[in-house]
Design a binder for this molecule. Structure first.
Ligand SMILES: [Zn+2]
Length: 223
């Protein structure tokens, strides 16, 4: 009986709050009612990097940018998008990405994203990297175009060792011919760990003789 009263009260309070604050005015991390999609308390919890890093692979150096470490609030934001389909989380990531692009004065023609295999995208219902790229492109007033295709299904990289990640993903992407018309491309992904995924995408785009390819991820993780 007591539990029933508590549940009813909770329902009435939530219904009232949903009228006062629309659903999109909740913090995507803690769920508190906030005028922003990310409350200030959770934002303080993000370990910002806003810097560039490099990975050496096959004697080539690949530079990339990440917004934050894949911990605490940024990890929760990525999870909210990827597994809870919260597109407000993509908008938050795109906001930070836009700031980084302007701060670093990166000049780009087009925004693209790491593609998913058709089967995986159908299962999830959306490609989370594409959603981030679309939000970002709108903010930058640039086109968002698919320039890479995933030609075969690969295992989820999560849980694999560093060498397994490279073996799993190598040769799984192919560029789209239309990539050849761009000079400067921004490639967006959610998380970078070994870099195997984005570097495989960049290697495909390099075949199109693109002058500049920037890599930008929401977060940076360690295997
Ligand atoms: Zn919060």
């Amino acid at each position: 009986m007591g539990r029933w009263i508590f549940k009813t009260l909770e329902f009435i309070i939530n219904s009232f709050l949903n009228v006062v604050y629309p659903n999109d005015e909740k913090c995507v991390v803690c769920g508190c009612y906030s005028t922003r999609n990310l409350c200030r308390k959770c934002e303080k919890n993000i370990e910002f990097l806003n810097s560039s890093f490099s990975i050496e692979h096959n004697k080539n150096l690949y530079k990339y940018y990440s917004i934050a470490t894949h911990k605490k609030a940024m990890r929760d934001i990525v999870i909210a998008l990827k597994y809870n389909k919260n597109f407000n989380a993509a908008s938050i990531i795109a906001d930070y990405m836009e700031k980084l692009i302007l701060n670093k004065k990166l000049s780009i023609d087009v925004v693209t994203f790491v593609p998913m295999a058709k089967r995986d995208e159908n299962r999830r219902g959306f490609n989370h990297s594409k959603v981030i790229a679309e939000f970002l492109a709108r903010k930058l007033n640039k086109p968002c175009v698919r320039l890479i295709k995933k030609k075969r299904i690969t295992k989820d990289q999560i849980g694999l060792s560093s060498s397994e990640r490279w073996n799993n993903i190598n040769g799984s992407f192919v560029y789209e011919k239309k990539a050849k018309k761009y000079n400067s491309i921004l490639l967006v992904d959610d998380v970078i760990t070994t870099g195997a995924t984005v570097i495989n995408c960049v290697d495909e785009l390099k075949k199109c003789e693109i002058r500049k390819i920037y890599i930008l991820t929401a977060s940076k993780s360690i295997v």
